[in-house]
Design a protein. Structure first.
Length: 249
């Protein structure tokens, strides 16, 4: 199948960025195709804490409801422990957010409530509004992602495509015309936006300065109902841990 410029935009990837970009464009009256190879909920630890500035941006995108009904908990700051000594680092006063220069996204607020947070079983909005300090939020990445995707796919001008994008369609001058999708064919649009993550296949293709370097590894643990030293805080614990019976990898 080859449909010439059926879409204004193609967005590759429905991770964190893709649905945000697609939603904003759709609310500006653009027809958007969003292509993702895996629409089911990912079970990965790759984005659990959203800082206050991120929440501000999410409001300005008109997608703040993506943190609703996912048992998200508010975050008041950080707890930092270093060799047995600990301090709390609270988030600043709300006025601080004005200094963060994100701007409202044109067209993002259509009905009027897309930037309003509502209370659910874990978030108390009256408490948020009464608090003099800003708040962040913590959640399971997969749950947040599925909410972002649902908000995006509810837009009439967004078309969902499940498939592995294997290449870009280009004209003889190298201009990107669209995408090639495994077992599906070619899709074309005026503009194609890559949101295919840190190990992007296509950024590498478009510029050699986008080479990802793996500098370290990350181990994620899901601690169920753990007693935290400082609830509602991100914990940074820089204490020597004695590993016993741990074999060298
Ligand atoms: C260990 C770790 C912890 C992190 N913790 C935090 C945190 O606490 N807070 C925070 O804000 N950020 C955190 N981050 C960063 C955050 O995860 C990223 O900034 C964010 O996910 C980037 O979004 P993205 O849309 O660019 O990419 P991704 O979220 O990776 O999404 C890319 C999407 O593109 C799809 N895709 C890729 N290639 C193709 C293809 N060829 N065809 C079709 N689909 C394709 C993938 O399936 C995926 O769904 C963390 C990252 C890591 C690695
Ligand atoms: C969808 O896009 C078309 C074409 O740009 C536009 O006329 C229409 O208003 C958009 N619809 C919505 C619901 O945004
Ligand atoms: C997607 O296609 C690439 C080849 O372009 C392949 O290496 C990869 O395994 C495919 N991924 C999935 C999930 O099918």
């Amino acid at each position: 199948m080859s449909v010439y410029e059926q879409y204004d935009y193609i967005v590759i990837g429905a991770g964190v960025i893709g649905p945000c970009v697609a939603t904003a464009l759709a609310r500006q009256g653009k027809r958007v195709l969003i292509a993702e190879r895996e629409w089911t909920k990912p079970n990965r630890i790759v984005g659990e804490l959203m800082q206050p500035a991120g929440l501000k941006a999410l409001r300005q995108l008109g997608m703040i409801k993506a943190i609703s009904n996912i048992e998200a908990v508010h975050v008041d700051g950080y707890y930092l422990s270093y060799h047995g000594e600990a301090i709390d680092i609270p988030y600043p006063d709300k006025s601080f957010l004005k200094r963060i220069d994100t701007t409202p996204v044109p067209g993002a607020i259509q009905r009027g409530d897309e930037d309003k947070l509502v209370s659910d079983s874990t978030l108390d909005i009256q408490e948020w509004d009464a608090s003099p300090t800003t708040k962040g939020v913590a959640f399971h990445h997969g749950e947040f992602l599925m909410n972002l995707r649902a908000i995006c796919l509810a837009e009439k001008n967004v078309t969902k495509l499940e498939g592995n994008v294997t290449g870009l369609v280009k004209d003889e001058f190298g201009k990107v015309l669209g995408i090639k999708v495994a077992n599906k064919g070619e899709y074309k649009a005026k503009i194609t936006i890559n949101c295919d993550g840190i190990f992007s296949k296509f950024r590498k293709e478009l510029g050699d300065d986008y080479v990802t370097k793996v500098g370290s590894y990350f181990i994620g643990l899901d601690l169920v109902d753990a007693n935290l030293p400082s609830p509602n805080h991100g914990h940074v614990i820089l204490d020597p841990i004695k590993f016993q019976n741990v074999k060298k990898l």
